[in-house]
Design a protein around this ligand. Structure first.
Ligand SMILES: [Zn+2]
Length: 339
């Protein structure tokens, strides 16, 4: 069975028109009401998605909202909350229509400058009431502002505590952005790498939360490629403060998980070799930007299975772990029978 742990559902455009009207309104305007969207309309929006995913042999997707769906940079936390609830409800409806195809994870109502504890209630609602199995964390909710500390900071601890209590993993994934000097092309992977460096700059977060489960999106950003630099920093800090740095950089790096959203065979091989088979979770980010077809091979770039299939040193056991076993091991709330 192939379980794709990195995918987003868009849903009908009417939802986004409503969300836009919520974020563009002011106190003087009447409150927009939520649109009445039928199951048929949702189904219609899922047809091309399911067709594309079926084509590459994926059986099940662990889906989250689109990265841009929640306007985290908006300072009005109640607006952010209402949009997040609407987006999560939409994901839950999609999953209900196709429980054999989708498992849901939620967005949390992160707003720039707000304590992270603001997100807890919605996370609990999604997991305990809507049956979601995990969440997506935007590591840069301020969209380039400096109000939100890095993910190794205690600012995030109330969320980590709740994640451990509910036993839900989080996918770290970039969101909306307003940088003028950083194109979308690089923003996600760069912010995800910033988040990963913050978490593994010292082993402290994992001493405080040994059971925390975090997946770094898009193959871990540039972490695997720069692991040698991480080792150098850790060795130096071990000499200065051996107590606080009791484990090697590689041990800290291997406390995180990494999805396989890489559109290049050599990059895929590097990721799996550096972080290890047991830390890799199959992901495609399909359908999205990478769905474009390579004119030479005729295959979509985000058909990431092809790159893993070509790695000749992986055993059958390794492949099973990457495509299915690791996802089942960490998404413990996922109740999907084996194929
Ligand atoms: Zn994505």
């Amino acid at each position: 069975m192939n379980i794709d742990a990195h995918a987003h559902i868009t849903g009908p455009v009417e939802y986004y028109n409503y969300f836009r009207s919520l974020s563009s309104g002011s106190g003087a305007l009447p409150r927009p009401t939520a649109p009445d969207i039928s199951d048929e309309r949702i189904e219609e929006s899922l047809v091309p998605h399911i067709a594309e995913v079926s084509e590459v042999g994926t059986d099940l997707q662990i889906v989250s909202p689109r990265p841009w769906a929640v306007p985290t940079g908006d300072r009005r936390e109640n607006v952010v909350l209402r949009i997040t609830q609407g987006v999560n409800d939409m994901i839950a409806r999609c999953v209900k229509l196709h429980p054999e195809r989708f498992v849901g994870t939620c967005a949390i109502p992160q707003a720039a400058g707000q304590p992270i504890s603001f997100c807890i209630e919605e996370l609990e609602r999604c997991v305990l009431e809507l049956g979601m199995v995990g969440l997506k964390i935007n590591p840069d909710p301020g969209e380039g502002s400096l109000e939100t500390p890095h993910m190794g900071d205690e600012y995030w601890y109330p969320l980590y505590e709740k994640m451990v209590e509910l036993d839900v993993p989080a996918l770290v994934h970039g969101g909306p952005f307003r940088f003028s000097r950083e194109p979308e092309l690089g923003y996600f992977v760069e912010e995800e790498a910033v988040a990963a460096w913050a978490l593994i700059r010292s082993p402290q977060v994992f001493r405080d939360f040994p059971d925390l489960k975090i997946i770094i999106g898009h193959g871990g950003g540039y972490i695997p490629y720069q692991a040698g630099r991480g080792r150098a920093f850790r060795m130096n800090s071990q000499q200065r403060e051996p107590e606080a740095n009791w484990e090697s950089f590689d041990e800290s790096m291997r406390r995180l998980y990494y999805d396989t959203v890489l559109y290049d065979g050599e990059a895929m091989e590097l990721l799996i070799r550096v972080v290890g088979v047991d830390r890799c979770i199959f992901g495609t980010d399909k359908p999205a930007n990478g769905s474009v077809k390579d004119p030479v091979t005729g295959r979509a770039l985000n058909d990431t299975k092809q790159y893993i299939d070509r790695i000749d040193w992986l055993t059958d056991e390794d492949r099973h772990a990457i495509f299915e076993g690791n996802a089942r091991r960490i998404y413990t709330r996922m109740q999907v029978p084996a194929a």
